[in-house]
Design a protein around this ligand. Structure first.
Ligand SMILES: Nc1ncnc2c1ncn2[C@@H]1O[C@H](COP(=O)(O)OP(=O)(O)OP(=O)(O)O)[C@@H](O)[C@H]1O
Length: 481
């Protein structure tokens, strides 16, 4: 939103650092629930940083907002929509809230059932305040010792920052009901307003291939972010996500990750080639600049329209890939430089736009990516540059024989026949002598490929690129440098 539409975003992330599961685990581990929650909070933040997810403007913990939560509940009771029980619980009265309940998911508030085995009036009533069980972490309130219910935390934290109007609320699709429905009900009662949240953006679930169930902790069918990042990069993860709309369910499989990797590779290759073309290391037939300028302009329009249409990232990526396809099509590498003018500016504009697009999405390509990495990677990049230039000179020397060796003798000249034979023998001898140099060039190219460094020979010139996640060997190579 900020980078594509220039909208200033203030994002608040609530941290639930007290709930039934945290209390249960903390008591098993004989530690305080708040301390246990801090450990996981830190772990979560590190995982997000490793995935290059931008942090919110502020994190707000539930345990640091208890007085605000109590005062919020008092207002909901005062506005006639919640009741306290003799057991020290406070519930939201869903039934009397009536038809306004269920705007997101069309869940009805109607229920004739009396709630059984509980002090609620109706089954759908939900807890705003829960009386503490013995030994549980609790806070003093007008209704006795207890702790907040889950839904009230988010309503309070959001209202404390944004007041009575929230632009966008996000969360997984499983949170639409009951969590978000309940938040809406509480906030509209608290603020006495008709509509508290303007948009709810629900993200679709991640599934493991072949499983009907979503990936989840309790089903134990999950992959941790740390394990994932041992095999894949954050860019690969992002490309995988971008290929479907945020609201759809996505399936995780080796195939889907390979597809993401291949797209990244195609983009990276195009940027390298276009860079090489601009620098004169790749010679091409004349380029239809008018076609490329038009494609670039159309892509910009399509990308903006796709993002404006509920962040249709897959359409935006498809438009970028189409631009790359046309960019590649126009780059017709030839071996001899016919001296045609180079269309550097249009390729420069395309590279700049594509890099800007992916940078806005937290990804980076090409030489700039290398420059942004740790210092030793920049050194590695310069060393490879030197090595490839040296290899280019050696190859050129081995491939291009001296002029005299190529000169054809004049016909009918007897002396020339002998000289022709001599020339031929000399030429063969030279080729023979220089063959080890070509073999050495080939083996260097093959050996570096094992480290993810790909040298491309284009007639007498060569370019190189580093394939991201080129495997263990690449990592070892970087460690050696
Ligand atoms: N498979 C999934 N894909 C995308 N988002 C998810 C997925 N599972 C949970 N979420 C989101 O992650 C957040 C935390 O959810 P939650 O703790 O319920 O996850 P969970 O793994 O299903 O937990 P549990 O199995 O203990 O219920 C919520 O915002 C939820 O919408």
């Amino acid at each position: 939103m900020t980078k594509f539409f220039g909208i200033e975003v203030i994002m608040v992330m609530g941290i639930t650092d007290i709930d039934d599961k945290i209390i249960k685990r903390a008591s098993e581990m004989n530690m305080s629930p708040v301390a246990l929650a801090r450990i996981y909070e830190e772990d979560f933040k590190q995982d997000m940083a490793a995935l290059k997810v931008l942090p919110p403007t502020v994190y707000m913990r539930v345990t640091e907002n208890i007085p605000q939560i109590i005062s919020f509940i008092e207002t909901v009771i005062a506005n006639g929509q919640a009741y306290a029980t003799s057991q020290g619980n406070v519930y939201f009265d869903v039934k009397s809230w009536g038809k306004r309940y269920g705007v997101l998911t069309t869940v009805s508030s109607d229920t004739q059932d009396e709630a059984v085995n509980t002090d609620k009036r109706h089954v759908k009533d939900f807890a705003l305040w829960k009386a503490a069980k013995p030994q549980e972490l609790c806070w003093t309130s007008p209704w006795g010792k207890g702790r907040p219910g889950w839904h009230i935390e988010c309503s309070t934290i959001s209202s404390a920052v944004f007041g009575k109007q929230l632009d966008i609320h996000t969360g997984g699709i499983d949170l639409a009901f009951p969590h978000h429905e309940n938040e809406i009900a509480q906030c509209e009662v608290y603020h006495q307003c008709e509509q508290w949240g303007n948009y709810f953006l629900h993200s679709g679930h991640l599934h493991v291939k072949g499983s009907q169930e979503k990936m989840s902790k309790s089903l134990k069918n999950y992959i941790t972010v740390k394990d994932f990042l041992k095999k894949f990069s954050s860019d690969q993860f992002r490309m995988y996500c971008l290929r479907s709309r945020y609201s759809s369910a996505v399936e995780f499989s080796d195939k889907s990750m390979d597809d993401a990797k291949n797209l990244l590779q195609a983009i990276s290759s195009f940027i390298k080639d276009a860079n090489a073309y601009i620098k004169g290391q790749l010679i091409s037939d004349p380029v239809r600049e008018d076609i490329l300028w038009e494609r670039l302009a159309n892509t910009k329009v399509t990308v903006k329209a796709a993002f404006a249409d509920d962040f249709d990232t897959s359409r935006a990526v498809a438009a970028i890939m189409d631009l790359i396809h046309h960019g590649n099509r126009q780059l017709k590498a030839v071996t001899k430089d016919a001296g045609s003018p180079r269309s550097s500016v249009v390729y420069g504009s395309i590279i700049s736009y594509i890099e800007g697009f992916f940078n806005a999405l937290g990804m980076s390509f090409g030489e700039r990516q290398v420059a942004l990495r740790a210092d030793n990677s920049t050194v590695l990049s310069n060393v490879i540059d030197e090595l490839v230039q040296f290899r280019t000179k050696v190859r050129h020397y081995a491939l291009v024989l001296p002029e005299a060796a190529e000169t054809a003798p004049v016909e009918g000249d007897a002396g020339a026949k002998g000289s022709k034979r001599e020339e031929k023998e000399k030429r063969q001898q030279l080729m023979q002598d220089r063959r080890p140099l070509l073999e050495a060039c080939d083996s260097l190219r093959e050996n570096l490929a094992a480290f993810g460094i790909h040298i491309k020979d284009r007639a007498a010139l060569s370019t190189w690129e580093m394939v991201e996640g080129g495997g263990q060997a690449e990592q070892q190579a970087q460690e050696k440098t």
